[in-house]
Design a binder for this molecule. Structure first.
Ligand code: C5P
Length: 311
């Protein structure tokens, strides 16, 4: 059997994330904060396609496409160039079909970077080992290593050190309410520091609740609901007081719990099953709460190749 012809393009599907628990510790000397978090990948996906090209480029399609920067700062472009510098891969055109909310606290940009690493690795037939991919991912952003793996993981360091946590596939059903304008992650961390004042650099080391991991392992959704927590809620609400109405509307419609996703402004509502998710999303959409309403489940796998086109 001959060698398979070189790929003409590779497409990777990558999920969004929520943080089931996000505990923020002290601000470090490098400006980042120590985190203890439980990440979960949820079934809201971007699709990233890489194709060999004469020059590096990135284009974005989807409802919020105009909100994504397509210059040198684009995280997917930076990911491709970073992998090419260590491996010699030649330029690609990156095409992102975007469904993950932009600046929504669901790691959309990080997801695209993780997907681009996986796509270029396949296109250039590098077979880069996981440890190296994870190192490159960590340099691109705190959430990028998690999105290579997906599932449910505990994150530490600034979020880039991840280890899997046992949780049944598809255990949790979510209704995600996006809103505009987006929140920039640095501004939410800066507001947290402002609220903490002098204690910002001496804050206690962050820890996740042991009970949450037990609840996930057992598949006990009620117990998971009672453990959901995010230390960035207060600063995000200080910057976007209108989010309080989104949260109370979801609770009034019977959500088990409301959770700010990452640094927001997306609010994630936990619901018991698919039907409850449909009811809640219809109710919220009818009331015109937020900008968009999505249903999703988690955990789901991380960045995965879905298509390879051969020359
Ligand atoms: O890691 P990432 O590039 O996504 O982080 C974006 C910004 O969010 C950082 O520049 C920093 O301001 C803030 N951040 C932080 N502590 C973390 C993660 C992010 O302060 N653990």
């Amino acid at each position: 059997m001959g060698h398979a012809p070189t790929a003409r393009s590779v497409t990777v599907r990558v999920p969004a994330k929520v943080n089931l628990e996000l505990r923020v510790g002290p601000r470090r000397a490098d400006g980042f904060h120590d985190l203890a978090t439980i990440y979960q990948a949820v079934s809201l996906y971007d699709e990233v396609t890489v194709t060999p090209a004469a020059v590096w480029s990135v284009e974005v399609t989807g409802p919020d496409a105009q909100l994504v920067p397509t210059g040198d700062s684009n995280l997917a472009l930076r990911a491709a160039r970073m992998l090419s510098r260590t491996s010699g891969g030649s330029p690609v055109a990156i095409s992102i079909a975007k469904a993950i909310p932009v600046a929504g606290g669901m790691a959309g940009g990080s997801a695209d970077a993780a997907a681009t690493l996986v796509a270029c690795d396949a296109l250039w037939e590098l077979e880069t080992g996981r440890p190296k991919l994870e190192r490159l991912a960590a340099r691109l952003g705190s959430d990028v290593p998690f999105l290579l793996d997906g599932g449910t993981s505990i994150g530490s360091g600034r979020g880039e050190l991840v280890a899997p946590v046992l949780a049944p596939e598809g255990l949790l059903h979510w209704v995600l309410v996006t809103s505009q304008p987006g929140l920039s992650t640095p501004s939410v961390f800066a507001e947290l520091d402002r609220l903490r004042g002098e204690a910002a650099t001496t804050w206690a080391a962050p820890e996740v609740t042991a009970g949450l991991m037990v609840a996930l392992r057992r598949g006990d959704v009620d117990q998971v609901a009672s453990c959901l927590a995010n230390d960035l809620t207060e600063p995000a609400l200080a910057l976007r007081p209108d989010l309080a109405q989104v949260i109370s509307a979801g609770k009034a419609y019977g959500a088990m719990a409301a959770l700010l996703s990452g640094s927001g402004p997306t609010v994630a509502f936990l619901v018991p099953d698919v039907e409850a998710g449909l009811d809640l999303s219809i109710g919220l959409a009818a009331q015109k709460v937020g900008h968009g309403v999505h249903r999703a489940h988690g955990p789901v796998p991380g960045a995965s190749v879905t298509q390879i086109t051969r020359a």
